[in-house]
Design a protein. Sequence first.
Length: 180
Amino acid sequence: MRLARSIALTRADFAAGWTQEASSSSSGGDADCSAQPDESKLIETGSVDPTFDSPNGGAATVDSEVDVYQTKAMALADWRTAQLRTLRSCLAELFAKTTATKVTVTAVTRPAPVHAERALAFSFELTAKGGTPYDIDLVAVGKGRTTVLLSAAGPKGSYARLLLTPLARLLAQRLAAHAS
């Protein structure tokens, strides 16, 4: 757990006005979707998932989930599940459940803004009939047994995509310094 905490974002990593949401248990808290791969054989030895809200009761959130696995092989198995098609399908299913309407998801693979042993980036736009489009940007970095997922989410225009670049670089530096 100490390793995960040493890498994750903290309130001090943000500009004035950002607030950290109250902590909640990250074990078993992830929503499931029918396209989600079976990861029941992957053993996490540490996991933290702090979430931060943008200033002025902002609509945007930033999240830095850090998962430390028992072995590098387990971390790599988890990494291989990060497929654009699967993520798009899961987001559409989960948001459809939330909004009780069909959701269209547009997805784009982006260049990762950092160099790491493993790195990827995706952008998604979700649109429900009659609703405001919703953006989600993801940057994932990994080294050894550790995987970090940085995300920003909110109604279209509620955050600048460039917000993630300095945060991703900071997480990649911490990952390089602390993970094995």
